[in-house]
Design a protein. Structure first.
Length: 244
């Protein structure tokens, strides 16, 4: 059994996979950092003999994974971005500085939709957008604050706006400060995505717009018929790598 782990900015996400890299992925499990380390200690991963991990957080969780893997003689690989892999060529002059989550989303997208021009939106703590050509060339992208960061950062820098987060995503005009700020944060994100689609189509004829990340469902709802929801995109990327 393989364990594929994405240590993100706010939580840990993981899936299980059979021994082969083309085996089906389990449902995604979402858990906070402390709970995940507790799970490692509890032994709920006793059937795992290989772990592949991506980390954009501090080293604490990664250190715990590597210690656990050494203790139980489990093959462990931390994935890093590179200049080329699995038919993709990075646009970065320093390829290692491209966020590994963005890199893996592209690897996963290429695996699922080979020979297609793709715009990849990963909407979480940050919202990232990357353009990937059918031939594997990365045309670059954007990094923006995620919806919740947009909301909280403005509150932190103002004294007169009083607002609370709302669960329902909307771009409708608000009638109080909470709805104005919440909806405005979604509207900024949706507006940026639409601009990215326009720019991408000026460079390539897009075949698909793929949406992943913690806010993917809400964004998909706000732009119906435009994007395709792919919640396991990063894990499809991780599945391409072998620790053994």
């Amino acid at each position: 059994m393989r364990l594929l782990v994405d240590v993100g900015n706010t939580q840990v996400k993981y899936v299980f996979q059979g021994k082969e890299s083309d085996s089906k992925l389990s449902n995604v499990v979402y858990v906070d950092y402390q709970a995940f380390q507790h799970q490692l200690a509890q032994g709920i991963f006793s059937a795992v003999n290989e772990v592949v991990v991506a980390n954009v957080h501090a080293s604490e969780v990664l250190d715990a994974i590597e210690h656990w893997a050494r203790k139980y003689n489990i093959a462990c690989l931390q994935v890093h971005s590179s200049a080329k892999a699995f038919g993709i060529t990075s646009s970065y002059l320093e390829p290692g500085s491209l966020g590994v989550d963005r890199w893996l989303a592209m690897v996963g997208a290429k695996r699922l939709f080979s020979e297609q021009n793709l715009l990849i939106i990963d909407a979480g703590t940050a919202t990232t957008i990357d353009l990937l050509a059918a031939n594997g060339e990365h045309f670059g992208g954007w990094i923006m604050p995620g919806v919740q960061v947009l909301f909280s950062s403005l509150l932190a820098r103002t004294n007169k706006i009083v607002a609370t987060p709302k669960a329902k995503a909307s771009v409708a005009f608000g009638t109080d400060s909470s709805s104005c700020l919440n909806h405005g944060s979604w509207a900024m994100t949706i507006g940026a995505i639409k601009e990215a689609i326009s720019q991408a189509n000026g460079l390539l004829n897009l075949d698909k717009v793929l949406i992943t990340g913690g806010n993917a469902q809400e964004i998909s709802t706000l732009i119906p018929g435009i994007g395709q929801l792919e919640t396991k995109l990063i894990f499809h990327g991780l599945s391409c790598f072998q620790a053994r």
